[in-house]
Design a protein around this ligand. Structure first.
Ligand SMILES: Nc1ncnc2c1ncn2[C@@H]1O[C@H](COP(=O)(O)OP(=O)(O)OP(=O)(O)O)[C@@H](O)[C@H]1O
Ligand SMILES: [Mg+2]
Length: 1002
């Protein structure tokens, strides 16, 4: 009996997942076995071997197996859980935009545009690469664009169940559609979809296809239709034939087709649609950043950078593999540096079976490649028989890649390594150690082959570690240093030196915890002096600020006889004071000066760090650093990261302080490129933070949000950076004009612990809170926050007025609160600092603040002209937000003193500028003020801005906020802001009222 043919619907399937189930319910690909319960048939248990359960890689490895070959019959019983509507909703609510797929999504958008180039879009790629994920995102987008999406998730299980796909299509089309069909067609469809019992004579042969055609025409009569089939080759033949029949005849209607499939041969529907245009999107590997973000999201904890890198490499950017490998790492513990990843059982068995089937010499060739990345063909031939290499290539296990040889898939190599014995590996390492050309690799192989301390080898290996570090290969350096330490007899001075070297490389590789453990175990036994000083310096890295300060004090005390170390410790203390605490800037400058004096010219890293510390202290004091930059340019290149060894960063920050935004952007973009080239996350997070700040100063909130996104990609690798994020978000909310959000975010920063937020973060959070209060017209509250920042800068010697740029806002708040005397004091200090430093932002701000105070009491043309001048000066610098704020104030004053025409003009200019910048809250404030000019009420019916009008119409038409946002290319938050203003202006309370008001469907 054909088991499939009798399979009743619905099938209740329960699965025993290998891995923890994903909260979004998406990980249903991994099963050890499937238990299928069939109503009416009794309970049957079907145990499938993992190879069957993971159907993806089966066909990856065995491409010759055709989809419907007889060998797949048993596999066909295996089924995926059916997607109930509730599942879909849950997934959708968790569903994020797929990471790292911007170009592919752009392709989808083109396909969904009003006049697309073709009627079909095909997503193809290897198993697990993310086809279904993109397919879902495309369906979501289509729905947001007003398409009726009729979806089928084809599955191997249903490939042999006639009309399973058709049933899904009809269900998605809704009950009304069937009702609208002529009776014979309706009956044929209902029988096919197993909704009705067959009755009377059998339906005409084409009744089902004709019924589907008619049904699609009905749906298309209401608007554009997207027929979406995931895993099209699995679509049951009967449904596929009906769809092909309909697709051929559906001209003149806007029906489009979205299809996903594995790479390879096109299936029926795709071929039929070819003449009317088929676009294909080949889904390739995800980028490094995308995979690391995905891992951070899915695994719920962050992994060290090197492990993430290993995951990306081993998975070849395949998200399914990466997540599975990541889970295995979490379950079994982090691999040692240099060790392979644990291969999850299901992947391991799959690739393992392939490896086990190889003859021993071929397996040895694969193992050699697994043990030595980047092996050349000649090197491989020195350790294994040439014939074996040829065999391995012929059977597709090894691939020649130029002169190099690599495994066809990294997981194959991992399986080969997993199956080898320690003796086999040692023997091969020894042979490779004699065969490979590269000296670092040679040392590594020889170290891997040795098991007992060996003074000569240890010293060669530690030299190789230093060479690797000098080339920026910190992971390799850490691995080699680990071997060097293992091969060194304990107790000698060499041992401590090598231990310190290992700790250094571990820290550089982002492994603070391991470095700290290593050092903490040993430091008690170290005598006072330079070695202990070095250990304290290393222990301070990555520790909380107060602990770091303690270690630095001990390092300074221990390093009297070692000027290089002393210089480093002093430079760090200066950095902590200036940058983390933003305190005692004069003392920081002095300490940095001492560091520079102590730094020997033979130690370029120490000299650079001292220069950088001095640069930070100087810019906070409002002093120039050209001399320091010139000196830094003459220092030999060191090994330290640009994060703390480049004077360019403080130089760029100074430009931003001064409001010279174009030049600041240029500096940071250059630094970001350098960080990208090094793949160095610490610099990446720091520089994207600064780019975000530049955009926030400019008021370009979209660009700031984009910089934040980029920041997140880096921060996934650098969890300590999370502290910056909250303060950037707080300032972003304040600049956008969302006081509630800004205040809440600022409070979050101010309550966070010292280890995650620096004083700098706190000062910025206070500034954000003050700005929010100013927008909310709560001047006293604004003064509390802003004055605290201002007083801090005065007390601690932060003399660049643009460092924490609160002066203008504070003056405005003081003026509004009726305290011109206090405002005058602020302007007095600002004026002195700005004049002495010829500070562009400061000078414009003196004009603005002075005029603000004089316009509080009465109107004065000269003051108004001064404000206009300040606005122009800001604009010339690219400080568009400050310019718009100045115009807003000017307009307010003009309105108050009845200069109606001028007021309307200033306020409209301010509104338009805020709107263009992406500061909707401020634009709204300007618009409300403008509306008051002519004495009208602030909320006239119909007084909607074009943006509000569009959002209101779409919402009234029944779209969700998210869908409105997608349609208008806005964020959901902006749409919410628009709609809440619409409600306020029109005096409405619900969407239904809105729909009635605008005449849409209720
Ligand atoms: N761009 C992405 N962003 C986030 N997660 C992704 C992305 N691409 C894939 N994933 C995740 O990777 C896993 C595999 O993705 P998906 O099921 O879409 O692959 P597939 O190509 O459809 O696989 P198959 O060939 O088995 O059908 C899922 O857990 C999915 O959520
Ligand atoms: Mg899929």
């Amino acid at each position: 009996m054909d088991y499939q043919a009798t399979l009743p619907r619905p099938v209740h399937a329960a699965f025993t997942p290998f891995a923890r189930p994903d909260p979004a319910g998406k990980e249903h690909l991994m099963y050890r076995s499937a238990v299928v319960s069939l109503p009416g048939v009794g309970l049957r248990c079907l145990e499938h071997p993992p190879e069957r359960a993971l159907r993806g890689p089966i066909s990856l490895m065995d491409e010759q197996l055709s989809d419907d070959g007889a060998g797949q019959r048993l596999g066909a019983i295996w089924t995926r859980p059916r997607w109930r509507q509730s599942d879909r909703d849950r997934v959708r609510s968790h569903q994020l935009v797929p990471v790292g797929r911007a170009p592919e999504l752009a392709e989808v958008e083109r396909f969904l545009a009003p006049a697309p180039a073709g009627r079909a879009l095909v997503l193809c790629g290897e198993p697990g690469i993310g086809k279904s994920t993109m397919w879902e995102a495309a369906v979501e987008l289509a729905r947001a664009r007003g398409f009726a999406a009729l979806c089928v998730r084809a599955s191997e299980a249903e490939a042999h169940l006639s009309f399973a796909g058709l049933a899904d299509l009809l269900e998605a089309a809704g009950p009304g559609v069937l009702a609208g069909l002529p009776a014979p067609q309706r009956h044929a469809l209902e029988v096919a979809a197993r909704r009705a019992e067959p009755a009377g004579p059998p339906p005409e042969p084409f009744a089902v296809s004709a019924g589907l055609l008619e049904a699609l025409r009905l749906v298309a009569g209401r608007g554009p239709v997207l027929v979406a089939v995931d895993d099209e080759p699995w679509l049951d033949g009967a449904s596929a034939a009906a769809l092909v029949f309909a697709a051929r005849r559906l001209t003149g209607h806007d029906v489009r087709y979205l299809v996903s499939r594995r790479a390879g041969r096109a299936a029926g529907l795709e071929r039929v649609l070819e003449p009317s245009g088929v676009a294909r999107v080949e889904l390739g590997p995800l980028s490094f950043g995308a995979v690391s973000r995905l891992l951070a999201e899915r695994l719920g904890r962050s992994l060290p950078r090197r492990v993430v890198r290993q995951l990306v490499e081993t998975s070849h950017g395949n998200p399914l593999f990466a997540v599975e490998l990541g889970r295995a790492v979490i379950e079994r513990g982090l691999p040692e540096i240099g060790a392979g990843l644990p291969v999850p059982a299901v992947l391991g068995e799959l690739f393992g079976a392939r490896v086990r089937a190889l003859r021993p010499e071929v397996r040895r060739a694969l193992l050699a490649v697994a043990l030595s990345a980047g092996l050349t063909e000649a090197e491989l031939a020195a350790v294994v028989d040439r014939l074996a290499i040829e065999d391995a290539e012929a059977s597709g296990v090894l691939v020649a890649d130029g002169t190099r040889v690599r495994a066809a898939h990294p997981l194959l190599a991992a399986a080969a390594a997993g199956q080898s014995t320690a003796a086999e590996r040692r023997e091969l390492h020894l042979a490779l150690g004699a065969a490979v050309d590269d000296s670092v690799l040679r040392a590594r192989h020889r170290a891997m082959a040795a098991s007992a301390p060996d003074a000569r080898l240890a010293s060669q290996v530690s030299v190789a570690a230093a060479r690797a570090a000098a080339g920026g290969a910190v992971q390799d350096a850490a691995e080699l240093a680990g071997h060097a330490l293992r091969l060194t007899a304990a107790g000698g001075s060499e041992y401590d030196e090598r231990l310190l070297a290992l700790a250094r490389y571990l820290i550089d590789a982002g492994e603070h915890a391991r470095a700290t453990r290593l050092l903490a175990e040993r430091i008690g036994a170290l005598p006072a002096g330079p070695v202990r000083a070095a250990a304290h310096l290393l222990l301070g890295e990555g520790a909380d600020i107060s602990i770091e300060e303690e270690h630095l004090a001990r390092a300074i005390a221990d390093s009297a006889a070692a000027p290089g170390l002393r210089a480093q410790a002093l430079a760090k203390r200066a950095m902590l004071l200036a940058v983390n605490r933003a305190r005692r800037i004069a003392e920081a400058q002095e300490t940095a000066g001492e560091a520079l004096a102590a730094a020997a010219p033979t130690d370029p890293d120490a000299e650079r760090r001292a220069l950088v510390a001095l640069a930070w202290a100087r810019i906070l004091r409002g002093r120039g650093i050209d001399d320091l930059a010139a000196r830094a340019a003459a220092v030999a290149p060191g090994t330290a990261s640009p994060y703390n060894s480049s004077v360019d960063r403080p130089a760029g920050v100074r430009l931003a302080f001064r409001g010279e935004l174009a030049r600041a952007r240029e500096v940071f973009r250059g630094l970001l490129t350098a960080a990208e080239q090094r793949g160095e996350a610490r610099s990446g997070t720091a520089i994207t933070t600064q780019l975000c700040e530049v955009e926030l100063r400019a008021g370009h909130t979209l660009a700031a949000a984009r910089a934040l996104e980029e920041f997140d990609q880096w921060a996934a690798l650098e969890p300590e950076a999370a502290g910056f994020r909250a303060r950037l978000l707080a300032v972003l909310a304040a600049v956008r004009g969302d006081p509630g959000r800004a205040t809440a975010l600022a409070a979050e920063v101010l309550q966070a612990s010292e280890s995650t937020t620096s004083e700098w973060d706190r000062l910025e959070a206070r500034r954000a809170a003050g700005l929010a209060a100013l927008l909310a017209r709560q001047p006293e509250q604004a003064i509390t926050s802003l004055a605290e920042v201002w007083e801090h800068t005065r007390r601690e010697g932060v003399e660049d007025p643009g460092a924490f740029p609160v002066a203008a806002d504070l003056v405005e708040a003081l003026a509004e609160a009726g305290r011109p005397g206090a405002a005058g004091e602020v302007i007095g200090r600002l004026g002195v600092l700005a004049a002495a430093q010829q500070h562009p932002w400061g000078l414009a701000t003196v004009d603005r603040a002075t005029a603000v105070v004089s316009l509080t009491d009465g109107y004065d043309e000269a003051a108004a002209a001064r404000l206009a001048r300040a606005a122009a000066a800001y604009q010339a610098l690219g400080l568009d937000y400050d310019a718009a704020r100045t115009l807003l104030f000017l307009g307010r004053a003009q309105r108050r003193f009845k200069k109606r025409a001028a007021a309307r003009q200033s306020l409209e200019q301010a509104r338009a500028a805020f709107e263009a910048l992406g500061c909707p809250g401020w634009a709204q404030a300007a618009a409300a003020e403008r509306d008051r000019v002519s004495g009208r009420r602030a909320a006239p019916a119909g007084g909607l801005t074009p943006g509000e009008q569009r959002a209101a119409e779409l919402a009234a038409g029944g779209l969700s906020n998210k869908e409105v946002a997608a349609q208008l290319y806005l964020s959901v938050a902006t749409v919410e802001a628009h709609l809440s203003r619409v409600y306020a202006k029109l005096g409405l309370r619900s969407r239904a009222q809105l729909a009635r008001h605008l005449g849409g469907p209720a």
